[in-house]
Design a protein around this ligand. Structure first.
Ligand SMILES: Nc1ncnc2c1ncn2[C@@H]1O[C@H](COP(=O)(O)OP(=O)(O)OP(=O)(O)O)[C@@H](O)[C@H]1O
Ligand SMILES: [Mg+2]
Length: 341
């Protein structure tokens, strides 16, 4: 019964997106100076997983580019590209379309973007809390007319590691908080996707409402569950989704999302998962100690906590609890079965 599977992919951007009008307006306000040829305000979007942060950022840039054709734009996922050089490489490719040799030095990359970038323009820095070298934000500031939309789960201070002189020059004009979605909004997203992606008869308000309610405000969970349920219905030869398939689909969707999240982990995070799987639960500094023994190029304790542990926890891959006032880390139980690397 799935007629168009791409509709259920994470990067499928509905046009227009569902709800989130006030969030869209805020980001649009931040970007508005670009319409007059000026640098936009930087903005920072934060909130829980599946609350639509990446979607709103991409939709706001799409709107902008309908107004001002060909605004230079790049999307960087800092989970994947977490070093200064990796981000600069992506900018020279996607923002200014300049081919760069592999392993180009930082100064070559900076020169390339300086030379070819014709602002104003905008960069989405998704999962920006994973950025290891925050001086990159200063590099961005130095590119004339470039602004950014940073995205993270928590409202973090991105520039704490920079020295005062540099810090005071990087301003964040808009901070936009995302809360979990209400059930009605998720039900509407499911209906829109069903209309685009499931065959005729694929729609059922009762099923959308049930899935939306069970997804607990997480749009990704809702959409993935709908796809799993549609797949199950097809394999039973049905042309619609019966209510009884929904509960099993939710747990399968949870595993599917966890599997995808695992596939995004970088080598540091894999070592953490491996350490916890083998030796967990671990207490206080132990995860960092064991990780440092096993990684060739370990990061500092602070970065480890802020970027890796916090993120793995937010994505539900590891869980923490307190025991006699000390923090204990372990692999989240539901996730153990999907670790396969
Ligand atoms: N307002 C919306 N309209 C339509 N689809 C949406 C909307 N919000 C989220 N989605 C869909 O839900 C899924 C998750 O949304 P998104 O990736 O934006 O979440 P996020 O807040 O960035 O989560 P994370 O912190 O895990 O990256 C995507 O498939 C996206 O297309
Ligand atoms: Mg996102």
């Amino acid at each position: 019964m799935i007629s168009n599977g791409s509709v259920f992919e994470d990067d499928h951007l509905l046009d227009p997106i569902v709800g989130r009008n006030s969030h869209m307006n805020e980001v649009a306000d931040a970007l508005a100076p670009i319409e007059d040829g000026q640098r936009a305000e930087n903005c920072f979007l934060f909130g829980p997983s599946g609350a639509g942060k990446t979607t709103v950022a991409r939709a706001a840039v799409r709107e902008l580019r309908r107004e001002v054709l060909d605004v230079p734009y790049a999307y960087v996922n800092c989970w994947r590209d977490y070093t200064r050089n990796a981000v600069l490489e992506r900018l020279s490719r996607d923002l200014v379309g300049a081919a760069v040799p592999r392993f180009a030095s930082t100064s070559t990359l900076l020169d390339r973007v300086h030379r070819d970038f014709n602002g104003p323009g905008v960069v989405i820095l998704d999962e920006v809390d994973q950025l290891r070298e925050t001086e990159l934000l200063y590099d961005l500031h130095e590119f004339r007319g470039l602004s950014w939309i940073g995205i993270a789960n928590d409202e973090i201070d991105l520039v704490t590691d920079l020295d005062e002189r540099v810090r005071s020059r990087i301003s964040v004009g808009y901070r936009v908080r995302f809360d979990r979605y209400g059930g009605d909004t998720i039900a509407e997203m499911l209906e829109r996707r069903a209309r685009e992606g499931l065959g005729p008869n694929g729609e059922s308000d009762e099923v959308f409402e049930t899935i939306a309610w069970l997804s607990d405000g997480d749009a990704r969970m809702g959409i993935t569950t709908l796809r799993v349920a549609a797949r199950k219905a097809s394999s039973e030869g049905l042309s619609n989704i019966p209510r009884r398939l929904v509960d099993d689909s939710i747990s399968e969707a949870e595993r599917e999302i966890a599997r995808k999240t695992y596939s995004k982990l970088n080598d540091h995070q894999w070592v953490v998962v491996g350490v916890l799987q083998q030796d967990g639960p671990l207490i206080q500094r132990e995860p960092h100690e064991r990780y440092s023994e096993r990684h060739d190029d370990p990061v500092s304790l602070r970065y480890f906590r802020d970027a890796h542990l916090t993120n793995l926890e937010q994505y539900g891959l590891i869980s923490t609890r307190r025991k006699s006032g000390k923090k204990l880390y372990s692999l989240a139980q539901k996730r153990e079965q999907v670790v396969s690397r």
